[in-house]
Design a protein around this ligand. Sequence first.
Ligand SMILES: CC(C)(COP(=O)(O)OP(=O)(O)OC[C@H]1O[C@@H](n2cnc3c(N)ncnc32)[C@H](O)[C@@H]1OP(=O)(O)O)[C@@H](O)C(=O)NCCC(=O)NCCS
Length: 137
Amino acid sequence: MRYAGSPEGRCWYEADIQAWWDAYLAERRRSGEDETQLILRTGDETAIGESHYGPVSEGFEVGDWRKPEGVRCFMTDIKLLLQYWGKGIGTQGMRMIVEFIFANTRCKLLVVPPHRDNPPAFRVYEKAGFLLTGLEA
Ligand SMILES: CC(C)(COP(=O)(O)OP(=O)(O)OC[C@H]1O[C@@H](n2cnc3c(N)ncnc32)[C@H](O)[C@@H]1OP(=O)(O)O)[C@@H](O)C(=O)NCCC(=O)NCCS
């Protein structure tokens, strides 16, 4: 979680999903409708994680990757509660997120920003169809 925006890298609990959702709703008016928070749920509606996506600005760069000019590009991620790690759920969830974004937005290029020291995130993104690019020196 230290690579996924958690304060001080601490673990993440059920209450945090609600807290991030509440913060998202409070910010939504300012951030605009393109910034979207998804709550990931199991078939019985249990909340097990979240994903955020939003547009990437013109000129945005990370490592040697630069957003292609004029291409509608979104960035996203995925976070699961610890007890759901290592069971293939992240891969399944990420595939659903990719499908959701392309079906519900005008996104043409989707990017994810895993930290280099986060191999499970790299692997999940790779299995969901992402190609590696823009490595930082
Ligand atoms: C990243 C995350 C969503 C992965 O979810 P998950 O359900 O555990 O992922 P899966 O079980 O579908 O797959 C994990 C893959 O990583 C691999 N993996 C796990 N630990 C690894 C390690 N230390 N080194 C290399 N590969 C590793 C697993 O073997 C598996 O790949 P495989 O199916 O080819 O064997 C989850 O760990 C998480 O929520 N992490 C905290 C938040 C985070 O870092 N999000 C990404 C922000 S960019």
